[in-house]
Ligand binder design. Sequence first.
Ligand code: FES
Ligand SMILES: [Fe+2]
Length: 355
Amino acid sequence: MKLANNRYHPPGRYPEGWYLVEIARNLPNGGLVEKQWMGQQVVAWRDSAGEVCVSEAYCPHLGSHLGPKAGGCVRNGRLVCPFHGFEYDVTGQCVATPNAPPPKTARLNVYEARELNGLIFAWWSSVGRDPQWELPQWPDEGWKRLEYAALRFPGHPQETAENSVDISHLQYVHGYASVKQLGEVYVAGAYLRNDFQFRRKINLAGVTVRTDVTAKTHVWGLGYSFVEIHERVSGLFLRQWIMSTTVDETENELVIALQAKGREPGQKWLATLLLNGLPPGWLTRFFISRVKHDVRQDISIWANKRYQPLPILSRSDGEIMTYRKYCEQFYPVSEVVGEPLRRVVSNRIRPVKRA
Ligand code: FES
Ligand SMILES: [Fe+2]
């Protein structure tokens, strides 16, 4: 998709925070993945004890890429460089080479990582700050298999997360009805809470179904939104993560992950029927397809809009400026538009255990 001319970004392209690296089940013990993440080439891998390491992708020896495409691999619980065989443990330390003792200073820059609810996140700070907050682990009991979908487009995580407080677009872009904000937007440090309700019609296997939804949105930074969804007609409980990550100077990746709750006290017969009368995962994938449909509607706007630092708002706009104020903390160094931030990779060493 082509970018609009005269595009302005929010204050920085790489805001500080926790950003998704990989869905945990895609990284089994001994697994290795590579990706472009927050403007960096990174690798994520898991040793034989299940510990995860997220690090820069280039070997400090002579600079080989460590990812699987270049021939990098995990062997005996160590990341092995394809060029001269240096081996790294999950702390990023080089612990062996084929022909000589490992140089003590051969160490990969490692990102702080967390594995929560089947999702692997790493901490990004353009100025090398340690994590400024932690993400929550939500109780998993009773929730069915997590399904997910990823979309890439020209965009920015501040713009995608702004959706959660931009109440008026829900009706205009997505066609929701009776959209109502519940209470005020609540902000405490890196946490933002916003609740709303709406109605909409959806086509479920050829049948038009009316839904009545309450959504409680919990935001921790620009890369992590968690939404508790209750559909009151059917009695369904869903939960959804929306994880936005800057890829590079232009692209953004949005991963939507969704789960349905198998059973809830007082659950209506319709929810029980939908959850148990359909093939496993069908309902979750159906809702993911609906969310993807909505996100594609947003993408047409995001990919072509420009950032308005001082928007002219109407009374129906919700609390956009509360959100903008909240966002300032994620830019510890203000960036002159058009100039990239100084990027310093955190060198803290702390592998994570499988949650
Ligand atoms: S470049 Fe990695 S071992 Fe030489
Ligand atoms: Fe939207």
